[in-house]
Design a protein around this ligand. Structure first.
Ligand SMILES: CSC[C@H]1O[C@H](OP(=O)(O)O)[C@H](O)[C@@H]1O
Ligand SMILES: Nc1ncnc2[nH]cnc12
Length: 292
């Protein structure tokens, strides 16, 4: 059994979490550089919790320059076992309306200007991403969100775009035709890196707009997004506050294998591994790299 530690990556509109016992903003150094900001560490409902504002307090990092690898490494290094992303998203579905929450369970990655893996030359690894989110953690998020009185959709495909500009109307209609349900700019490579770091990962999409496909809603605009985010922030904080009650303080191994994702993933022979890269992987992959 290990101790549960919840990690929250707060997206646009979520830069702080009040009510953490013994809360302290901790600077965490990683071999991948500095995370987006210091990490707020404390206890909530008897469970340790770490909160990181994805864009930094004051929203200084763009979706492209968010230091995704440092963020995931830092969470892992702190002892996080269950990582929840809370993100502002556009919707491609009439029924997923602004103000609703969607428990994302699939992704289409259209980002192209980001570092997407901890591994590489000298230590090659291939993890499975067929099911990129943890169903157990997703259920906890769904229950915690429902308790806030928001309309919650169970399951949805998140299209990750590079940004920072929003999509054209043609792109918006194309992504909708592909079967994407929501759109945002940050959950990739975050979800991929969380899997490489053997963290259970769930993503809560807070719908802020209908992007630019809806004939009755005009085009996505930032003013409307910020307004909806303001209205949703309390529900998002309520969801975080309810999460510890949905997860056991002590956890057995993940029934879906998230915490063993690297068991058979590393291809590079032990004697051909790059010691410098192996050293950088201490937090992310120490469990398997240290084993003989
Ligand atoms: C504020 S609109 C665009 C911005 O909001 C989303 O951020 P996050 O995913 O961190 O909540 C979206 O991905 C864009 O970065
Ligand atoms: N329509 C949209 N496209 C991309 N990211 C978003 N974040 C919130 N709304 C969005």
């Amino acid at each position: 059994m290990t101790q549960t530690m919840i990690g929250i990556v707060g997206g646009s509109g979520l830069y702080d979490i009040p009510g953490l016992a013994g809360a302290e903003w901790q600077e965490v150094e990683t071999p991948w550089g500095a995370p987006s900001d210091a990490i707020l560490v404390g206890e909530l409902g008897g469970v340790r919790l770490a909160f990181l504002p994805r864009h930094g307090r004051g929203h200084v990092h763009s979706p492209t320059t968010v230091p995704y690898r440092a963020n995931i490494d830092a969470m892992k290094r702190l002892g996080v076992t269950d990582l929840v992303s809370v993100s502002a998203c556009g919707s491609f579905r009439e029924e997923m309306a602004p103000g609703d929450f969607v428990i994302v369970d699939q992704f289409i990655d259209r980002t192209f200007a980001r570092d997407k893996t901890f591994f590489g030359d000298g230590c090659v690894a291939h993890v499975s991403l067929a099911h990129p989110t943890c169903p157990r953690l997703g259920t906890a998020c769904r229950e915690a969100a429902s308790a806030q009185g928001v309309h919650v959709h169970d399951g949805g495909t998140y299209l990750a775009m590079e940004g920072p500009q929003f999509s054209s109307a043609a792109e918006s209609k194309l992504y909708r035709a592909w079967g994407a349900d929501v759109i945002g700019m940050t959950n990739m490579p975050e979800a991929k890196l969380a899997r490489e770091a053997e963290l259970c990962y769930a993503s809560v999409a807070m719908i802020t707009d209908y992007d630019s496909w809806h004939p009755d809603h005009g085009s996505v605009d930032i003013t409307a997004i910020i307004e909806t985010l303001g209205a949703n922030a309390e529900a998002a904080r309520g969801l975080v506050a309810a999460l510890p009650g949905k997860l056991d303080a002590e956890r057995a191994t993940c029934p879906h294998g998230c915490d063993r994702a690297l068991d058979h993933a590393i291809m590079t022979a032990r004697d051909r591994r790059d010691p410098n890269l192996v050293a950088r992987l201490d937090a992310v992959a120490g469990r398997v790299l240290a084993a003989r």
